[in-house]
Design a protein around this ligand. Structure first.
Ligand code: NDP
Length: 338
């Protein structure tokens, strides 16, 4: 099956990961790229061997494509996804799906009504490390999960120190950037949904314009599991990690909150310690494979539109919690974790 893709956004993430992930699929082709600037569209197309460069959405949607990958800044996702859905194109959209969970629900409803496949590019669900932890938990290897800890504070690379730290109107800030991923990964690994969050955020010297560049969140899940997460742009020397502690054991993932298929997962129980093996496939290649399968009627994208609503509703609740100084209920007005 051939799938012709149009890229909406001449972005870093497309260049670094997604162009390769599309081309790694049998029948995966990139037909066109759209940038708001004709010059940048041309330069980006030449640099990445994309046959057509356009600077309007109409031209992109009219370029004989089957699907779009949206990786513009966050305030543009909704309108661009709606136009693509209207034109009958499948949509893989970057996180956050929109600036509010209400807008994200609008996107999901539009895709459903049109019979279009909509996916959210939450890459961490595709990491072997996280899939191994999820499998170990559902096989009962740590008994009853009690608590989780997420270490996802990094240093935002200089080339990305743009709209994320200067433009609230573009959906900047670490909560919309990274807390959404933590929400999704916690839901995926635990197979549980968060119901409440309490958050402190900070501006530790990198972000301006009232945006936050660090956050610590405390989460409560339906099952009673509690979790803590730390997201940041400013910690040059911190490790990342993901831990789940249960009644009969602990899972300790090190260096696993990353775009690369790396890290280690340790299972510690009364029997001792065991390093769990997992596959090291490129996260984005796996995500694209699932998306192509979903287009051909087999299964769903690894993270659906609904999953994107959940992660955005969680981030939204975290921001409200910082403002109000209180714990805030998470209510995506959708169904539960799979
Ligand atoms: P970029 O800043 O690289 O790109 C975003 C937009 O900025 C582009 O669409 C482009 O606009 C414009 N732009 C890019 N480079 C330049 C430039 N040199 N001069 C002027 N404008 C420029 O963003 P990212 O790739 O980091 O992020 C894009 C989206 O992807 C966001 O929604 C983000 O949250 C998400 N993301 C997801 C990741 C994941 O792993 N799931 C990882 C990283 C980002 P135009 O298209 O009009 O040219």
């Amino acid at each position: 099956m051939s799938v012709r893709w149009g890229l909406i956004g001449a972005s870093t993430i497309a260049k670094q990961f997604m162009i390769n992930a599309i081309r790694a699929q049998e029948g995966g082709e990139i037909s066109a790229v759209m940038s708001s600037s004709p010059e940048r569209a041309k330069a980006y197309a030449a640099e990445n061997s994309v046959p057509l460069a356009v600077s309007t959405l109409d031209d992109l949607l009219g370029a004989g494509i089957d699907a779009v990958y949206i990786s513009t800044t966050n305030e543009l996702h909704l309108e661009q996804a709606q136009a693509a859905i209207k034109a009958g194109k499948h949509v893989l959209c970057e996180k956050p799906l929109a600036l509010t969970s209400a807008d994200a629900r609008t996107m999901v409803a539009a895709a459903k009504a049109a019979g279009i496949v909509l996916g959210t590019n939450h890459h961490l669900r595709n990491a072997g490390a996280h899939r191994t932890m999820r499998d170990a938990i559902s096989a009962g290897r740590i008994g009853k999960p009690i608590a989780a800890r997420v270490f996802h504070s990094v240093y935002l690379p200089e080339n990305l120190q743009g709209w994320r730290i200067t433009k609230p109107e573009a959906g900047g800030g670490v909560v919309l950037d990274i807390t959404v991923h933590d929400a999704d990964t916690l839901r995926f690994v635990l197979g549980d949904d968060p119901i409440e969050i309490s958050a402190f955020t900070q501006s530790a010297g990198m972000a301006g314009s009232g945006l936050e560049d660090g956050a610590m969140c405390i989460w409560r899940f339906k099952s009673g599991v509690i979790a803590q997460s730390h997201e940041g742009f400013t910690t040059k020397f911190a490790d990342t990690g993901f831990e789940v502690h249960g009644s009969e054991g602990s899972l300790i993932g090190k260096n696993v909150m990353t775009q690369k298929p790396v890290g280690t997962v340790l299972l510690r129980t009364a029997k001792g310690e065991e390093e769990l093996s997992f596959d090291h496939e490129d996260l984005y290649v796996r995500s694209l494979r699932q998306f192509h399968a979903a287009i051909s009627g087999k299964g769903q994208p690894s993270a659906t539109g609904e999953d994107g609503v959940w992660s955005l509703a969680s981030a939204e609740a975290a921001l409200q919690s910082e403002k109000s100084g209180k714990a805030v209920a998470i209510d995506p007005k959708l169904g539960s974790a799979k």
